[in-house]
Design a protein around this ligand. Structure first.
Ligand code: ADP
Ligand code: MG
Length: 473
């Protein structure tokens, strides 16, 4: 049984908030506020307490992490299948999925680096109906909060061991696992650097973080950079818009940035259409794709994270094709339907109008704020030509557990219950041509929580916060 939350108020609560705030700032659990100055970070939105989670379900998430990594590697290696899926999607979404795909096709004959790196995050919610984790989505590009997540665990653990939740200690320390995601993701990057340096017989290479201008979540990224530097590898940051004007590619397709050889291109950007407004945006993508540097992710790996692919993978026949008809994986799937002319699509088109309250409608987009929920779905679909519906997937809503934890945001303790989403990081270095896996590892977790009344949980967008686990039996 799980302990209920500590019940703090008055002076004890004020004391907790002050100590939490100071610990967070002292240890880099920070984010920039909108319109920031470089010297003005603020405490990242966090929960006051760790949130209860069943140990067995957490362990399952850990256990299937490397399986999901490998499954996605097989999808990418099955190029003709993936290309067909993406070509179909491109018809609906010419300007983004279509452009990513077109850029891939242009790059394809010029690809000189078959090995690519995935820093993935498989997101789940604990479904109260089945008491099992259910997958929300599988992220293959620019996964965030791996740098901050360990700091939240350390924060909660610090507050607990100081007796601030209740003396001598409210929770057993062993029940508060700290995420190793900062070092875990850095380790993934390191593996890619080692592969590159060995195969190119070179040394002293760097990782190039390709980033967004004015990034507010920069400390999350810096944490990974510093961890990697402690392992002996330097990183540089370049804004996506500045790639073409600042990198050099030599005659053997090696990539250089400020005279330093780049072993790995690590995108913390380039996943949303709004980032491609510069005249050279697509040229930049194409240029990097055709260099010897290992891409994290490659265009194909990014495209394999399409929600359409996730929907297709819930089909047993498809899973079987990849050798992953695995009960543990399957137990994490909810129903996801296409909205096309297939048999499943016909069923879904009926269901969605009869029971819209059971569903979320998702376009092929990343980064939050794009989905249509419940009662909004029918009107939204009617506003489109039915031919356009195939661009979306229709997913059953997961009904997660609600907890009386509290979010601390901008110094204010919110008086609203929360729901949580568990992200499992994974690192995968593999050869996209022959399928060889060079490295495959679980890389720590992220717990993100949001007020139970909001549909989405973007932390930077102001919907959610970072949290940590309290495991119970
Ligand atoms: P994005 O790529 O924008 O992050 P997601 O698929 O992760 O898209 O959806 C965004 C958010 O919407 C999730 O973090 C979660 O809070 C909510 N959500 C998505 N799918 C479901 C679902 N099937 N059941 C309940 N909530 C969901
Ligand atoms: Mg998401």
């Amino acid at each position: 049984m799980a302990l209920s939350f500590p019940d703090l108020s008055g002076a004890a609560l004020n004391d907790l908030v002050e100590k939490l705030t100071h610990y967070a700032i002292s240890n880099g659990l920070v984010i920039y506020p909108p319109g920031f100055k470089a010297y003005q970070p603020s405490v990242a939105p966090v929960t006051l307490y760790p949130t209860p989670f069943p140990r067995a379900q957490f362990s399952k998430g850990v256990a299937i992490s490397t399986k999901f990594n490998e499954l996605y590697s097989r999808v990418v290696v099955d190029k003709s299948w993936l290309k067909q899926v993406i070509a179909d999607l491109s018809k609906y979404d010419r300007n983004f999925t279509g452009m990513l795909y077109k850029t891939y096709l242009e790059a394809e004959p010029k690809i000189v680096q078959p090995v690519s790196l995935g820093l993935f995050r498989s997101d789940y919610m604990l479904d109260t109906v089945s008491n099992s984790i259910k997958q929300v989505e599988f992220n293959t590009v620019s996964v965030s909060f791996g740098g901050l997540s360990p700091k939240v665990g350390q924060l909660h653990s610090f507050l607990n061991s100081q007796g601030l939740y209740g003396r001598p200690q409210y929770y057993q320390e062993a029940d508060l696992p700290t995420s190793q995601s900062m070092d875990g993701l850095a380790k993934g990057l390191l593996e890619a650097v080692k592969y590159y340096e060995t195969s190119e017989k070179t040394a002293s290479t760097i990782v190039l973080f390709v980033v967004q201008p004015g990034e507010r979540n920069v400390f999350d990224q810096r944490a990974i950079e510093y961890s990697l530097f402690a392992k002996g590898v330097k990183s540089e940051r370049v804004e996506f818009d500045k790639v073409t004007s600042s990198v050099k590619v030599d005659s053997s397709s090696k990539l250089f940035y400020k005279e330093q050889e780049v072993a790995v291109v690590y995108y913390r950007s380039a996943y949303a259409p709004s980032e491609y407004n510069h005249p050279d945006s697509w040229k930049a993508r194409l240029l990097l794709e055709t260099t010897k540097a290992v891409k994290c992710p490659s265009l194909l790996v990014q495209l394999s994270g399409a929600k359409k692919v996730q929907q297709l993978l819930t089909d047993r026949a498809v899973l079987q094709k990849y050798g992953f008809l695995d009960e543990e994986l399957l137990s994490t799937f909810v129903r996801i339907y296409p909205l096309d002319s297939s048999e499943q699509g016909q069923i879904a088109k009926k269901l969605v109008f009869e029971h819209s309250e059971r569903f979320v409608l998702k376009p092929q987009r990343e980064g939050g704020g794009n989905n249509i929920y419940k009662q909004d779905i029918p009107g939204f679909l009617r506003s489109l030509d039915e031919k356009e519906w195939g661009a979306y997937i229709l997913m059953e809503l997961i009904v997660p557990a609600v907890h009386d934890n509290h979010i601390l945001r901008n110094g204010e303790v919110l008086d609203e219950s929360i729901v949580s989403e568990l992200g499992m990081f994974g690192t995968l270095l593999f050869n996209e041509t022959d399928g060889t896996i060079l490295h495959n590892d679980y890389a720590g977790y992220l717990l993100r929580s949001k007020t139970s009344t909001s549909n989405e949980g973007g932390v930077a967008a102001g919907f959610g916060c970072v949290d940590s686990l309290y495991l119970h039996d």
